[in-house]
Design a protein around this ligand. Sequence first.
Ligand SMILES: Cc1ncc(COP(=O)(O)O)c(C=O)c1O
Length: 401
Amino acid sequence: MVDLHTHDSDGYSRRGFLKSALASAGLITVSQYEAAAQMLGGTGGRDVQGWGVSPGTVQLSGNENALGPSPRAVDAILDTTYSINRYDLAPDLYGNIARRHGLPVVDVTSQFELPADAWLAVGAGSSDILTAIAHAYFGNGGELVEVSPGFGFMARLANQKGLNVVSVPLADDYGPDLVAMQAAITEKTQLVVVTTPGNPNGRLTPISALKPFVESIPSEVLILVDEAYIDFCRQPGDRIGAAPLIADHPNLIVTRTFSKVFGMAGMRVGYALAQPDVINRINENRANTLSILSGYAAAAALKDHDFVRRSQELVHSGKDYFYSQMDALGVEYVRSESSFVLINLRRDVDTVVDTLAKDHDVWVANAKQRWGMDTFIRVTAGLPEENEAFVEAFKKVLVKS
Ligand SMILES: Cc1ncc(COP(=O)(O)O)c(C=O)c1O
């Protein structure tokens, strides 16, 4: 009997191969979507490198989605491939994003004729949108307020544009100190950044704390709420985020990305939600950056509730596994609502990170190099086998160093 679940050497399942072969022989029919889902999902997926005692590459440093992309997105890309000669934009993309956040729905069918009353702007990743915000609003001599350690993307752009970056240290629980952030605002402040859940800290700023904070900020100061990881929050209510505040706050911008829960980092799709005046200024400061493939893939991914659920479950169970393993080892960590966990080794991490990479091919983020957190590493929740490979390697490296 053929073992339909065995994996062959190049990492694709024999089951998938067999089905495709039978399909091409006309013996069974597999839809393009089924083929994508089979390649990407469950036991039909690629073999995970990093299994067992001699791991291959285990990439847990970049906050990417270990499940791969949404199969519905792959299906849409394949469907759209023969139309890349067109400047087309997926017709339901803008409308469905607006509906997702309860914002006014404005039909947008071309990137070249963006209506002036849209409540969202879509770009090539949320970084594209963040860059446009900097171009639109940063003026020499102004100030930016952001936590430190924080994602820091806007702080880097602010430095380039001659702004003074006011860094507010995280509170003792590694969450943002909103009182100190509010106190740091002066008449020079142009932008205040709240990343929730945070990166690298992973802490959620609940809407109960965010709402009064937004209300306390003067209306001439722009507030950016970066919600790149919000879909990983355990409580569905927390995943709503700050969008409902936009109607009352013309100075509020919320950003989201398709790079995390939808597994589409390489497709580069992200968006901003704000009142139309702000959206128009953002659009004036960016090019038509969305490829036809990205647009159709994003529109399809939005409907892939099954994939979103699987991504959330993978991250939740991965973090629970890290927590229990670190508890057993007596190693401290920061509980996170993002897709990764900060782990405190209470020693300089350079050697540990290097040894994990060189001796075990396990890649984690060095929080000392990236955020000046000398004793921390940041580990993204991957597939169970990858998480196990990390923990096994981590134990060995801890004993050695
Ligand atoms: C907090 C945060 N915001 C924004 C981004 C940018 O994501 P993208 O440009 O892929 O949408 C990232 C990427 O890791 C992130 O961590």
